[in-house]
Design a binder for this molecule. Structure first.
Ligand code: UD1
Length: 419
């Protein structure tokens, strides 16, 4: 178990280079299976989820190496069709491999990922879409046995919810399918563009990504490619919120500001000065932040649900009240108990959280309930008086590369201990 010990109230100031995106890396890594050759993926962050993805690829028969944020994957002999329960459970998003394995090898056996810290995580849309493409899927007590004896066949799929994972799974299943696949009400998240750009650079024919309709014309085969993963927009928000609560100043480099458009106006609203360059963002925070007003999470280009805990933590020390409405996941406020333990004044009414800003937080022992909930505790600890201890069951390492080193390099006082 990892514990983070933070002595709060240091003003953060300096420059950080942003890591590559977790949520973009995972589907790109799964997509390498479809190429039956060697792919080189740069800017792949060193995270436990990335290492789990490489373990899955290795178990399926790929040759993988990973060094200095570059993953080299040779899928020439990746004829494996099964992901064991241990690997499936280690990473909920391993369901993303289903479409890729089925497409590459005609069958796949995986276990149901089950619920997670954010509440139930259904995969009905993943399964119904693959079934529509001709897959037969049997669910034996949570073990999914899938096959596509005659190959997958392109069709029209209308998603009732613009699910990111389902959109990615359909893309993975359809690039080598027979004929044309049309996804209506597709998710528009920037991470999906990386998957499509990577696959197109391997010879796929995917059009319309970023809009509501994505069209994929199946091709005979793909070839290997070299690709660089986009910067992580949620990690960017984390460092900006962490700096803002300390009244600090941060220059973030290697950012894609356009991906952050849904969140940037809120930094200005709380009183931060923002300077946006082509691949750089500079934030200068006032001594005390204003409230964010009302934030409602939504599908991209709406406010990202993953940034909600970060902004709740930031608002907990602002002047006045802020209101949050969570529209994507129904159990995404578990971390709030921890912020209240630090002295925040937050009440939750179903999907709405009302944050009454307090002048300061006070150090306490808290828990990282999930990945972004853990990041919210770090933000809370950074602006709390005295010592905050965050007990983490490995959540933070799933999404943040060198977070303590980075925060310490801009003035935070954080120690990590393994117990
Ligand atoms: C991805 C991100 C996650 C982010 C989320 C929303 C990754 C690895 N994870 O998760 O960080 O918070 O997008 O931006 O990229 N749903 C169904 N049935 C399904 C699939 C989804 O009902 O088959 C529902 C979910 O319960 C949720 C909503 O659709 O309420 C959106 O989920 P989805 O976009 O699929 O999220 P993920 O892809 O799991």
């Amino acid at each position: 178990m990892t514990e983070y010990i933070i002595n709060g109230k240091n003003r953060l100031s300096g420059k950080l280079k942003l890591q590559g995106s977790k949520n973009a890396s995972l589907p790109v890594l799964a997509a390498t299976l479809l190429t039956r050759s060697k792919c080189v993926i740069h800017n792949c962050p060193d995270l436990s989820d990335v290492r789990q993805s490489l373990n899955i690829l290795t178990a399926l028969g790929c040759d993988c190496t990973y060094e200095d944020n570059t993953a080299v994957i040779d899928s020439t002999n990746a004829f494996g069709t099964e992901i064991n329960e241990q690997l499936m459970c280690a990473m909920r998003s391993s369901i993303i491999f289903l479409g890729a394995i089925l497409s590459a090898n005609g069958k796949a056996t995986v276990s149901r990922p089950g619920g997670c810290e954010l509440g139930p995580r259904p995969i009905d849309l993943h399964l119904s879409s693959l079934r529509k493409m001709g897959a037969e899927i049997f669910d034996f007590y949570g073990k999914l046995e899938c096959s596509a004896k005659n190959g997958l066949i392109g069709c029209e799929i209308v998603l009732p919810i613009a699910s990111v994972g389902a959109t990615e799974n359909i893309i993975l299943a359809s690039v080598l399918a027979k004929g044309k696949t049309v996804i209506r009400n597709a998710a528009k998240e920037p991470e999906i563009s990386d998957l499509a750009d990577f696959l197109n650079s391997c010879g796929a024919n995917i059009k319309g990504v970023g809009g509501v309709t994505i069209t994929i014309h199946g091709v005979e085969r793909l070839h290997g490619a070299e690709f660089s993963v986009q910067p992580d927009r949620i990690v960017a928000s984390t460092y900006l919120c962490a700096t803002a609560v300390t009244g600090g100043e941060l220059t973030l480099c290697e950012v894609k500001p356009s991906h952050l458009m849904p969140v940037l106006p809120y930094y200005t609203a709380v009183g931060c000065k923002m300077k946006i360059g082509e691949s750089e963002i500079k934030l200068t925070a006032p001594n005390r932040l204003n409230s964010t007003g009302t934030i409602v999470t939504g599908e991209y280009p709406g406010f990202p649900t993953d940034a909600q805990p970060l902004f709740v933590a930031m608002s907990s020390v602002s002047k006045g009240a802020s209101v949050f409405e969570e529209k994507i996941f129904n159990s995404r406020y578990r971390y709030i108990d921890g912020l209240n333990k630090l002295g925040a004044d937050i009440s939750v009414h179903d999907s709405v959280a009302v944050v009454k800003g307090v002048p300061t937080l006070y150090g306490a022992n808290v828990e990282a309930t999930d990945l972004r909930g853990g990041a919210a505790m770090i933000i809370g600890g950074l602006c709390a008086k005295d010592r905050t201890k965050i007990i983490d069951m490995g959540h933070i390492a799933r999404g943040y590369e060198n977070i303590t080193e980075n925060l310490v390099s801009i003035g935070a006082e954080i120690k990590v201990q393994e117990t």
